[in-house]
Design a protein. Sequence first.
Lengths: 114, 115
Amino acid sequence: DQQVKQNSPSLSVQEGRISILNCDYTNSMFDYFLWYKKYPAEGPTFLISISSIKDKNEDGRFTVFLNKSAKHLSLHIVPSQPGDSAVYFCAANPIYNQGGKLIFGQGTELSVKP
Amino acid sequence: DSGVTQTPKHLITATGQRVTLRCSPRSGDLSVYWYQQSLDQGLQFLIQYYNGEERAKGNILERFSAQQFPDLHSELNLSSLELGDSALYFCASSESGTGIPYEQYFGPGTRLTVT
């Protein structure tokens, strides 16, 4: 049972335009959502997070939106740069979590073309 | 560089064999997490240790086991290997065991290929 889903395996965007990566979840018992970025041959690195009590969090070019009623979150990158090309994972932290384990989506590979 | 090291980077072995993956957490981090990423899958949480004690368990097979040593490094042991165990295995560490989620720092992973 995939509790966190990223239905688009890949996304291609022109440099300077907006990239929108989407993530859906099925379980209401998540209190934190995170986005991780992964380059080839490296581990995931934390990008941005959002608490379930908020609907938006912004950090520079990166903004995460949370729509709790739709159980949907999205990551906006504006403007997109070639260096943003990577695999992006969304992850969720269960409310009952005492150990910090995260539930990840399958990832979306973003390609930003010059 | 996250400060988390994993060895080896690549491992090729045959079905039925046993392997050990090693992880050294960031200096000062007490928690170690193991994740498995199979082809086209997200990272699946396997197990977490905090200061030598098992803290949380995910979908870890009985053929797999882990431990965290007094120097805080961790080892993931995979036995009776099957073709389906071929995956990337990531280790992450965090300072605490109660996991403010973004505090997890990931190593570069070990790619296991079972032939």
